[in-house]
Design a binder for this molecule. Structure first.
Ligand SMILES: *Cc1c(COP(=O)(O)O)cnc(C)c1O
Length: 425
């Protein structure tokens, strides 16, 4: 009996499925999850003292690796001043200024406690601002566990084979129009039919909860044009890609300006944070200025703000994006080249420090393509890599993350293991 399996047995008695977030349960790849007792840099140490090179990076937030000393110091400084005040605090102002400086479309911002809260608020705000009810979302895009968005959702919902959650009223679901990603004609058709009722479009501009998918040329611009034409709100969910793909997220990377942006993950530096930002004219519809209510007892929490500010400043002050891109390219190229040599159908989409390994003949452009990739082969690959000390995300529908703490050593070591394991499949 290992320490992890003992903990998992005890956890299952009291916590549904033994986990506090479903993807952690390894349901997709099979087997039991390991427990982590500590983490440092690019390495997780399991409860049984196995050391793993981590490509999950706490599902995105840890862009500076685990237990980064500078972020730890910032949290510690804040900790000694008190953990929560219930009044505005100076960190919130600094955080708002940083986000507005880094993310091109953000004129005003509201801090929340998770990505889910950010997208939930974005939807309510789009509806309150336009006085319309319908929302367009895309199959396979995951926007947290918001009722009206947990329809054809990615990530854990998809991993468990239940992209539509139980417990969501039909009356609410019918206000959500679900379309396939990368097909602009379907969106045009929806606007032609319901244009005057559509409050907004929400999307992950680079869907990364079904692996990693890129928009086809002109697609994002087409969505922007439709929203402008019909007076609908374009919402980029950059909870995962914000501060990851570049300092200003996908919107900066591709030069498309959304009306609202949901942020999370990296912005908390490893503590629970989300944010919603965008055009001042729309953001001013939020309480206390406007009629759209939103609140949070711990929103703008000083510890979380200190961690986030420190994490964002580190990105600005170091040459982080250039070195992350170099590491991402090295791994993706090595896997793709090895697969080619083996004649194995593999796609390795990569941008900066995000990549994904799809066992597929063709480029994955939407949810159906992602579902059609070889699950059995992925699961085998996952387990063999884990046995050799490399922790990939435990589902073919998740993206891999690299941190600045991986550095050349961990990347070289992982590249060897990832390519060697491919040869053994
Ligand atoms: C993780 C994620 C969310 C949800 O964020 P939580 O902090 O888990 O609530 C929303 N949207 C995207 C794109 C995400 O990757």
């Amino acid at each position: 009996m290992t320490v992890s399996s003992d903990l998992f047995t005890r956890a299952q008695e009291l916590i549904p499925g033994g986990v506090n977030s479903p993807v952690r349960a390894f349901r997709s790849v099979g087997g039991a999850p390991f427990f982590t007792k500590k983490a440092h840099g690019a390495t997780l140490t399991t409860a049984d003292n196995q050391e793993l090179i981590d490509f999950v990076c706490t599902w995105g937030p840890a862009i500076h690796g685990h237990n980064n000393p500078i972020i730890r110091e910032a949290i510690s400084d804040a900790l000694f001043k008190g953990t929560s005040f219930g009044t505005p605090n100076p960190y919130e102002v600094e955080m708002a200024e940083l986000i507005a400086k880094m993310v091109p479309s953000v004129e005003k911002v509201r801090m929340v406690n998770s990505g889910t809260e950010a997208t939930m608020t974005a939807i309510r705000l789009a509806r309150g601002y336009t006085k319309r009810d319908k929302i367009i979302k895309f199959a396979g895009c995951y926007h947290g566990h918001v009722d009206s968005l947990l329809i054809a959702a990615g990530s854990g919902a998809l991993t468990l084979g239940k992209p539509d959650s139980a417990g969501i009223p039909e009356s609410l679901a019918k206000e959500t129009i679900v379309l396939p990603f990368n097909d602009l004609s379907k969106v045009e058709e929806a606007f032609a039919n319901y244009g005057e009722q559509i409050a907004g479009i929400i999307l992950e501009p680079f869907p990364a909860n079904v692996g990693l998918i890129f928009p086809e040329s002109g697609y994002l611009q087409g969505l922007r044009n439709l929203c402008t034409k019909y007076g609908s709100v374009l919402i980029f969910d950059e909870v995962m890609t914000g501060f990851r793909v570049s300092a200003g997220g996908v919107q900066e990377h591709v030069g498309i300006t959304p009306d609202l942006t949901a942020l999370g993950k990296i912005i908390g530096g490893g503590l629970p944070v989300g944010a919603l930002g965008g055009k001042a004219e729309i953001m001013d519809y939020l309480a206390p200025l406007g009629p759209v209510y939103q609140a949070g007892t711990l929103s703008g929490n000083p510890l979380a703000m200190a961690a986030g500010i420190s994490s964002l400043k580190l990105l600005l002050e170091t040459d982080a994006y250039a070195s992350l891109e170099k590491m991402g390219k090295q791994i993706a190229t090595a896997i793709a080249d090895t697969a080619k040599e083996l004649g194995m159908p593999v796609q390795v989409p990569q941008v900066g420090s995000m990549f994904c390994v799809y066992f597929s003949e063709k480029t994955v452009a939407n949810l159906d393509d992602a579902i059609a990739t070889d699950t059995e082969r992925f699961n085998k690959y996952f387990h063999r890599c884990l046995d050799k000390g490399v922790y990939l995300p435990p589902s073919k529908y998740e993206a891999n993350f690299i941190s600045t703490a991986h550095q050349q050593g961990a990347i070289d070591q992982a590249t060897d293991i990832l390519t060697q394991t491919l040869r053994e499949l």
